[in-house]
Design a protein around this ligand. Structure first.
Ligand SMILES: [Zn+2]
Length: 503
């Protein structure tokens, strides 16, 4: 008998945490950060206190109440309380893709739980972890083992890694990157890195790629006495839609479908393609006299390609940040397409060179550009910056007739949450011509045309479900579960949080 519990992420976008049990084995499908819950209490400078481990998140009910968390993140005054909760042995956690609303709480999980996913997703998470400054949410796969001192948790000298099982075999270069520690600590315990064949389970499990706005996205098909398919986030209108169609074909036997429904609440929702984005952004670029700033996630490869093409067409050079270059290097160990070719790198002078930066310097030979050089020749560049880089513009001093093209994820933020109001304040300060985001009377609006959604439209979703034809449908990652009840009245189960469903 297959049991499914949705631990979090019901009637909201993001925070997916799904528990699937069969044959005495338990699997988590994603374990993301629930932005909407976090936002109730936290912001940039008001965060969980890492010296208290998971204490704040537990007390504020921001993570599910199970005894499944890393032992070294449980402070002494929480041990008894947590021990009173259910502790299912989790055999593995499947990561559908590298967006924080699907991955943000994984690092908090018990260190013995291995992660399962595509090599690309693991490379993205590993590179983000290397460049982050030790936030406990980012520690995948390596983590610093905290030491208890009274009720406080301190960083120790020991680095551990959880085990990784990948959907396919990987090259030595990818292996080396995934096992490379960019920290100098006394003891480092590396975990197992293997392909999925090395993973021991009575269930049949297939990780299948889908198309979404971040590279390496996937869904999963799990077959025991009955079978389930989980889509993660996906779309049919992207450049790699063949992945999504392949997924649909391969899960057609699934009896249970756990599916996203991000876009079904939106009205007049037409599919915009990446080619539309190219054309619209190109025409802005052609009309821009001075600097162009493009705001998008470099982990959205299609978008990076789009701006590469625009740079070529307008005889400009595309400049990425060092952090983006590092992630691109990581992905290229897998992709082998020389992704970094022709890109310039923004030379952000830091007071201290981190180990990952040293590694990057040793391994690539792209041209570095200082803000002062960009200041002198603004008409020559497209700069890939986002909100967190905008203070660098104080050095660059964009001239009049410079453009800011907001070409990023939808407003609810799959990768970060900050104040769009503050973003606009910066852009207004620099007097930039802004596209893709604007103030309105009631707040902030995202004029269409500069972002192709990562999510399937309502019309496409209806066809997908008809095509897979499951017996039961469990919607997640949606604010409109009623749509499923309306369209598939016999099949839809509108899940209640933490309730167990048996099949
Ligand atoms: Zn996503």
């Amino acid at each position: 008998m297959m049991k499914i519990k949705i631990l979090d992420g019901v009637n909201t976008i993001g925070g997916n945490k799904i528990l699937v049990s069969e044959y005495g084995e338990n699997y988590l499908l994603d374990f993301g950060m629930n932005f909407n819950l976090y936002k109730k209490y936290f912001e940039e400078f008001m965060k969980e206190r890492s010296r208290r481990g998971i204490y704040d998140l537990w007390k504020l009910n921001l993570i599910p109440r199970y005894n499944i968390y890393r032992k070294d993140l449980i402070p002494s005054d929480l041990v008894n309380e947590i021990n009173g909760y259910e502790n299912p042995k989790i055999n593995g956690i499947f990561i559908s893709h590298g967006h924080l609303d699907h991955t943000g709480n994984i690092a908090l999980l018990d260190e013995n739980i291995p992660v399962l996913g595509t090599p690309e997703t693991m490379l993205i998470l590993k590179s983000l972890s290397d460049i982050s400054k030790g936030g406990m949410g980012m520690e995948i796969p390596f983590f610093n083992v905290r030491k208890r001192e009274d009720y406080i948790l301190k960083s120790g000298d020991e680095i551990n890694s959880r085990d990784i099982y990948l959907s396919e075999k990987i090259s030595d270069k990818t292996y080396d990157f995934l096992s490379q520690k960019f920290v100098k600590k006394k003891d480092v315990n590396s975990g197992i890195i293997s392909d999925i064949d090395g993973f021991n389970s009575r269930l049949e499990m297939n990780i299948i790629k889908v198309d979404h706005s971040i590279y390496g996205s996937s869904g999963i098909f799990i077959k025991g006495d009955i079978s389930i398919a989980y889509t993660g986030d996906f779309r049919l209108h992207g450049k790699y839609s063949s992945y999504s169609y392949d997924f649909i074909n391969r899960v057609r036997d699934a009896e249970i479908l756990i599916v996203e429904g991000t876009r079904i609440s939106r009205e007049n929702d037409e599919n915009l393609s990446e080619d539309d984005v190219y054309r619209n952004a190109l025409s802005i670029a052609q009309d821009t006299k001075n600097l162009i700033i493009a705001d998008f996630s470099s982990r959205n490869f299609e978008r990076l390609e789009t701006f590469k093409r625009i740079a070529e067409k307008t005889s400009r050079n595309l400049i990425v940040t060092k952090k983006d270059a590092f992630s691109l290097y990581a992905l290229d160990t897998y992709k082998n397409e020389n992704i970094l070719k022709d890109l310039m790198i923004y030379d952000e002078k830091s007071t201290r060179t981190e180990n990952w930066e040293r590694f990057l310097d040793d391994n690539i030979n792209n041209e570095l550009l200082s803000p002062l050089e960009i200041r002198k020749n603004q008409e020559k560049y497209i700069l890939c910056f986002s909100f967190y880089d905008l203070n660098e513009l104080l050095d660059i001093e964009p001239l009049e007739k410079s453009s800011y093209i907001y070409s990023s994820s939808e407003a609810f933020g799959e990768e970060d949450y900050f104040s769009f109001d503050r973003l606009l304040n910066w852009l207004e300060f620099f007097k930039l011509d802004v596209y893709g985001i604007k103030r309105t009377e009631n707040g902030i609006d995202f004029p269409k045309g500069l972002h192709a959604s990562g999510h399937v439209s309502g019309n496409d979703l209806f066809k997908v479900i008809e095509n897979i034809d499951p017996e039961r449908i469990i919607p997640v990652h949606t604010t409109n579960p009623e749509w499923f009840r309306k369209n598939f009245p016999e099949k839809a189960i509108l899940p209640e949080i933490q309730k167990e469903y048996s099949f």
